[in-house]
Write a protein that binds this ligand. Structure first.
Ligand SMILES: [Zn+2]
Length: 165
């Protein structure tokens, strides 16, 4: 942690102290930390070679473009984040289930194929989670342990697709 960052943190803590009198210091610290991490992410510039490669792989330019390609290019609507200038992280949230897919981290240098492999793995995991949690009324009875209904691939009501969200 650099001195500038520490000073900034101190300043933000003092500000927050006034704003959130009811919070414990641990909660305040967590909040400040979160805002600062977001600030840092917004300022972050990806490694130029990696950016060039990602522009080509995704067919869209810049972080917002890559995010869009990942979201639109996957059935599960995966996300992409830049976690440091040389690293991207990808994952997905399954709507209506508590479980998320594992996130996959790639640190430059890597190749386009590794991105598609990671996205494939994410899609497969989302399918698995979906099938464990999104059965329709006729698929199976609710699993009492998990509180979810698994999908029955032979279900006549939903044709094995599960409920529609
Ligand atoms: Zn069904």
């Amino acid at each position: 942690m650099g001195i500038k960052w520490q000073l900034q943190l101190l300043h933000k803590l003092q500000l927050l102290h006034k704003l959130h009198k009811g919070l414990t210091s641990r909660q305040k610290f967590a909040r400040v930390h979160q805002t600062m991490e977001n600030d840092m992410k917004n300022d972050m510039k990806p490694n130029e070679d990696m950016a060039k490669m990602l522009d080509e792989t995704f067919g869209r330019k810049g972080l917002e473009g890559w995010k869009k390609s990942v979201y639109k290019g996957t059935d599960c609507g995966a996300w992409l984040e830049l976690t440091d200038p040389n690293t991207i992280e990808m994952g997905s949230i399954v709507e209506g289930a508590d479980e998320c897919s594992d996130s996959h981290t790639l640190t430059f240098p890597f190749e386009g194929k590794q991105i598609w492999d990671a996205l494939d793995a994410i899609e497969k995991e989302c399918d698995r989670i979906w099938n464990e949690t999104h059965g329709c009324e006729d698929c199976f009875p609710v699993d009492e342990e998990t509180g979810y209904t698994p999908v029955n691939p032979n279900c006549k009501s939903c044709s094995g697709d599960g409920i529609v969200i």
